[in-house]
Design a protein around this ligand. Structure first.
Ligand code: PMP
Length: 399
């Protein structure tokens, strides 16, 4: 018998070598207790959370929690069914109504995760003979959506407007084209030049899908994302997002003004062949989304936190993923996995949790300590975080 797991031996050996140096396993952290959007107990110690994507800190909002508890009482713990059979409850419709209002768009479709939303939308929209044009640093769910479909895939250099034009120019004029972009790229926290890119897509007759997973709720005057901030939201065909970041629960969605959008419910396999979200989850999402419409003060505070952390880390001598704060993600670049794991552990022992990211999730073989800020981080917490980075960085010899 061929052991099908033997192909993972190199990874097993790499992990064993890393753990034998005495560092803790960065992929096995347990949140033993969660006190607020910004504080948890890890390894018995109070820890500031700086790697949760909980940008708007909605996970403990009183109204959100109340809506979830009420739906649990009124509708039960789960739907036990697909959206197209018995799994559409009033709560799912209310959640889609909240999304339509939030984005001021005609249609909204809620999936069970953002991952599934990308799988479903990309594979159903682009079929045989069509082209999907993607940024080379796209999220795994975008790549997997491409693999699931039958279209030709064309990748272009990250955030490179000229490279996108070169690709579009070479494609057959009459072919169907879907350009998939992200508002914020989650590894480095950099923003796409959507104004230029969307204009090119229009020029070359390509439809556009923008994944705003990391910008919803935060970027843009109404929190609609980078497309809003860039003034091109009316030119985008589909906006896709998740409830697992600013919204503070789990789920995915796509919104659109396309008049035929509703047919997607009958052709997206990851929408049809899976159970719908529990009513309590969509009820919390709907409440959170409605509150995010009026969260201008929180957005301003999150920008302040993000800019302060960026500036502070840069002044200490850390190498960062962007020249200035462009989103709620600040990525600290380190030499390699060992240095990354040492710094990561030193921070955790000092009471700070960040994400350690490595290839294949990261671009260009980078190891990153990814920080994501929260609107609920106080200014004092940002000061504490900077102090922890200074201490841990000196201990490990990164700065
Ligand atoms: N798109 C992007 C850009 C993401 O970063 C993520 C999650 N990290 C997803 C989609 C998937 O979202 P979800 O967690 O809802 O599956």
């Amino acid at each position: 018998m061929t052991d099908l797991l033997s192909k993972f031996d190199p990874l097993i050996q790499e992990r064993e070598a890393l753990l034998s140096t005495g560092v803790a396993d960065p992929y096995a952290v347990v949140m033993e207790e969660v006190k607020s959007p910004t504080v948890a107990i890890c390894n018995g110690r109070e820890t500031i959370l700086l790697g949760t994507y909980n940008y708007m800190g909605m996970t403990f909002d009183d109204d959100v929690l109340h809506a979830g508890k009420q739906a649990l009482d009124d509708f039960g713990s789960g739907t036990t069914g697909s959206r197209v059979l018995n799994g559409t409850y009033q709560t799912h419709k209310e959640c889609e109504d909240a999304l339509k209002e939030f984005y001021a768009m005609d249609h909204a479709m809620v999936f069970s995760t953002g991952y599934q939303a990308n799988l479903g939308m990309i594979s159903a929209l682009a079929g045989k003979g069509d082209y999907v044009i993607i940024d080379i640093d796209s999220h795994a769910s975008i790549y997997d959506g491409c693999s699931m479909g039958n279209a030709e895939i064309v990748a272009f250099r990250h955030n490179d407007v000229e490279a996108l034009e070169k690709r579009l120019r070479r494609l057959p004029e009459e072919a169907g084209k879907l350009v998939v972009l992200e508002g914020v790229y989650s590894m480095l926290g950099d923003v796409a030049p959507l104004k230029e890119m969307i204009a090119l897509c229009k020029q070359y007759g390509a439809m556009t899908l923008i994944d705003e997973a990391h910008s919803m709720g935060f970027i843009g005057e109404n929190g609609r994302g980078v497309a809003e901030a860039a003034g091109v939201i009316d030119d985008v065909d589909f906006i896709l997002g998740t409830f697992s970041k600013s919204v503070g629960t789990v789920g995915g969605f796509c919104v659109s003004n396309h008049p035929k959008f509703e047919i997607m419910r009958l052709v997206c396999r990851p929408y049809i062949f899976t159970a719908s979200l529990p009513p309590s989850v969509v009820a919390t999402a709907a409440t959170s989304i409605r509150k995010l419409m009026h969260a201008g003060n929180k957005r301003a505070h999150l920008w302040e936190n993000s800019k302060r952390l960026h500036q502070g880390l840069r002044d200490m001598g850390y190498r960062l993923g962007t020249p200035e704060a462009q989103s709620g993600i600040i990525a600290v670049m380190v030499e390699d996995m060992l240095e990354g794991a040492r710094l990561w552990q030193a921070l955790l022992e000092n009471g700070l949790y960040v994400n350690l990211a490595r290839p294949p999730a990261t671009p260009l073989g980078m190891t990153l300590l990814r920080c994501s800020l929260c609107a609920e981080h106080t200014s004092e917490q940002v000061t504490q975080i900077l102090g922890m980075f200074e201490k841990a960085g000196k201990e490990v010899g990164v700065i």
